[in-house]
Design a binder for this molecule. Structure first.
Ligand code: ADP
Length: 253
């Protein structure tokens, strides 16, 4: 039996007259890779925002590592280990790959975040951080590019670099919004393999919203399918993709 990491309980959210999320519940175990699917407008992004704390639900509870986090701010959830990454990577394009990873850890750890951008010398105490950065870069197969400027990376490599930056904060749960959007199939497979390595070696759980089911499905452990604000099916990819409700909502959406 997996240990529970995240429990979303009967969450609801309306915007004016539109109920974006209606009584949604889901469970994520530690070290699992879960995909959230559904047609446009089915409530996936709203649910991700409720889990990360950007949107407060009208009702329902979010329990993370056994603690009720429903009323916590996003930065407080971040400290507990929930990280979010966006479709468009937020990189420092003229800094190197390694510097991008180190700067991100310093931005969160130190108040003098800007100062570090204007000094070239990494103090000795940064050695541990540099070692950790190299381990994460090698896990994501970016280590050979450590000295290249971020702007020289391909779109898919930039996404991996953003993932590397997020992993420096030791998240237990990463929420990813369409990690494969705009990436060619070969790199899409590399990204999914990288997520699996992070799951296996670092014990991170992922909840990803993804539309490219053909590329992502074979890499994920579980799938939740949403339609019109509710979860209509959940289980292993095989179970969910054979569910007539899902087939109908995907074809009809
Ligand atoms: P998905 O990510 O599955 O495409 P969303 O969560 O973005 O779905 O949207 C679900 C529904 O909620 C849609 O009908 C959308 O128009 C509505 N919605 C989402 N965010 C807002 C908002 N900030 N204000 C008003 N309506 C919203």
């Amino acid at each position: 039996m997996e240990k529970g990491l995240l429990s979303v309980q009967h969450v609801r959210k309306s915007f004016g007259g539109v109920t974006a999320v209606k009584d949604v519940s889901l469970e994520l175990g530690e070290g699992t890779l879960t995909m959230l699917i559904g047609p446009n407008g089915s409530g996936k992004t709203t649910l991700l925002n409720i889990i990360s704390g950007v949107i407060e639900p009208d009702s329902g509870r979010i329990v993370f590592k056994g603690r009720d986090i429903t009323r916590l701010y996003p930065h407080e959830r971040y400290r507990y280990g929930i990280a979010r990454s966006f479709q468009v990577p937020q990189l420092f394009t003229s800094l190197s790959v390694l510097e991008n990873v180190l700067v991100s850890s310093r931005l969160y750890l130190e108040e003098d975040a800007l100062g570090i951008l204007f000094t070239n010398s990494w103090a000795l105490k940064d050695w541990d951080q540099a070692q950790k950065a190299f381990e994460i870069l090698s896990l994501l197969k970016l280590d050979h590019l450590w000295d290249a400027p971020a702007r020289a990376l391909s779109g898919g490599q930039m996404k991996l670099l953003e993932l590397a930056r997020a992993l420096m904060s030791d998240p237990k749960l990463m929420l990813l919004d369409e990690p494969l959007a705009g990436v060619n199939p070969a790199l899409a497979h590399e990204i999914m393999q990288a997520l699996r390595r992070a799951r296996d070696e670092l014990g991170v759980s992922f909840l990803i919203v993804e539309h490219r089911l053909d590329l992502a499905s074979k890499y994920v452990d579980f799938v939740y399918a949403m339609n019109q604000g509710t979860v209509i099916s959940s289980g292993t990819p095989d179970e969910v993709f054979e569910d007539p409700m899902v087939v109908e909502s995907l074809l009809g959406g």
